[in-house]
Design a protein around this ligand. Structure first.
Ligand code: ADP
Length: 190
């Protein structure tokens, strides 16, 4: 199995690169952001609770996203592998993911981090907000809060995978194809 964690701050290009990776490697894309937006559009209770936090640029509770990922792993027992996009976002989520995979005799192959500076991130997110209709992309204050949440709670997740010698970082600035090429070169080593 090939189980990848695609890592990086909001606006780093994880979703874009995930699309290309699923086409080439036949993996299942698990984006907790997409799963949460799915819950919101279906008007579920979980979605309503999550929306309040997402609209403020805050993370939703660990138990919520871990539960969603656990369900998806169970629902895709025969998958060749997964791309985790936007998850794990806290060290507690990373530990839970390891345990979930262990119970299925699987493991994370590696984490690939896309490096993009804060100024470029803010520019990309505001640009995306013009088209995506995502409330959290339209407001500079919310964008800054998301970047702060990332630096405070999510950046330490890199250390978790560094300790397991599973961390690789690549430059997230350049053309989509250039960045994809760099990701693919890392995957070849797994
Ligand atoms: P981006 O990476 O561009 O911020 P996402 O779609 O990954 O976008 O996430 C949007 C929002 O959904 C986050 O700001 C957060 O509120 C919530 N979210 C997504 N994934 C997680 C997660 N793993 N843990 C906690 N909150 C999450």
């Amino acid at each position: 199995m090939l189980n990848l964690v695609l890592f990086g701050p909001p606006g780093a290009g994880k979703g874009t690169q995930s699309q290309k990776l699923i086409e080439k490697h036949g993996l299942i894309h698990l984006s907790t952001g997409d799963l949460l937006r799915g819950e919101i559009s279906q008007g579920t209770e979980l979605g309503l609770e999550a929306k309040k936090l997402m609209d403020q640029g805050m993370l939703v509770p660990d138990e919520v996203v871990i539960g969603m990922i656990s369900n998806k792993l169970d629902a895709n027992k025969d998958a060749e592998g997964f791309i985790f996009d936007g998850f794990p976002r806290t060290v507690a989520q990373a530990e839970a993911l390891d345990n979930l995979l262990k119970s299925k005799a699987a493991a994370i192959s590696g984490m690939i981090a896309l490096e993009v500076d804060d100024v470029e991130l803010e520019r990309r997110l505001l640009e995306r907000g013009k088209e995506s209709g995502r409330a959290d992309d339209a407001n500079p204050e919310v964008i800054r809060k998301r970047i702060k949440e990332y630096n405070d709670k999510t950046a330490p997740v890199a250390g978790f995978y560094k300790n397991q010698e599973k961390f690789k970082s690549i430059n997230g600035i350049g053309s989509i194809d250039q960045i994809y090429g760099a990701i693919d070169a890392v995957i070849e080593q797994y």
